[in-house]
Design a protein around this ligand. Structure first.
Ligand SMILES: C[S@@+](CC[C@H](N)C(=O)[O-])C[C@H]1O[C@@H](n2cnc3c(N)ncnc32)[C@H](O)[C@@H]1O
Length: 209
């Protein structure tokens, strides 16, 4: 299972934000919504082999929202629908165990340090000055950790260093987190279908073939 973890440093832990002004009222949950889109949404479907974890730190104790591609329903490409799903999850009582919100979406209390998915797998910390991902043997079931517009703190970096995370770059320019996710998904897709001329591009038939 391919996993993405995105840290929302200011992302609100309550459902009290407006779907009419997501960036201005939610501590930039719009960034997390775009990351979800990039992690899961295909032209005609959802990536079922992806998991995403959002760390929300904007108020009180941190919460984590888990989106499980295998079971995810009601996810549309637009930010508003995604934000509405997160709002629903944030309205639930967050405890130390996962609580189901809607199909494929779970919430619990906890921060980056509490994520058990790091155990046993390969962790990659996406950072501009890391090693070029194209030259690396990326694990198919790796966990990729990204920051939001603020990035990761020194304390976060210490946690990742303790996990032995490899620091990986997707290119020479600083990109939006959601664009980095697209690039990682694309790179892993290509590696999974190496014999295809386009390195994994799906073809659509038009009836003439
Ligand atoms: C908009 S950037 C954060 C910029 C923030 N001002 C900083 O200094 O960290 C959002 C996140 O995308 C990831 N990122 C952006 N560009 C990247 C690159 N070229 N390679 C790897 N990760 C990148 C990092 O995880 C970063 O925390």
């Amino acid at each position: 299972m391919r996993s993405f973890v995105v840290v929302g440093n200011l992302a609100t832990t309550t459902p009290d934000f407006s779907l009419e002004d997501i960036p201005g009222t939610s501590g930039r949950i719009d960034i997390l919504c775009r990351c979800i889109n990039s992690a899961f949404v295909l032209s005609h479907g959802i990536r079922r082999d992806v998991d995403a974890y959002l760390i929300l730190r904007g108020g009180g104790a941190a919460k984590t929202i888990h989106l499980r591609g295998r079971d995810l329903r009601h996810l549309n490409p637009d930010e508003r629908t995604t934000a509405a799903l997160l709002k629903k999850a944030l309205a639930l009582e967050a405890e130390s165990r996962w609580t189901k919100s809607t199909p494929g979406i779970f919430v619990r209390a906890g921060d980056l340090a509490d994520l058990s998915i790091f155990r046993g797998g390969t962790t990659y910390y996406l950072r501009e000055d890391g090693s070029d991902h194209r030259g690396l043997p990326l694990a198919r079931d790796g966990t990729f950790v990204l920051g939001d517009h603020i990035g990761l703190s020194e304390a976060d970096e210490a946690i990742l260093a303790g996990l032995g995370a490899e620091i990986v770059s997707v290119g020479p320019k600083s990109l939006h987190a959601d664009h980095c996710i697209v690039l990682i998904n694309n790179e892993l897709d290509r590696r999974e279908v190496p014999s295809h001329p386009a390195g994994g591009r799906e073809r659509r038939t038009n009836g003439d073939e």
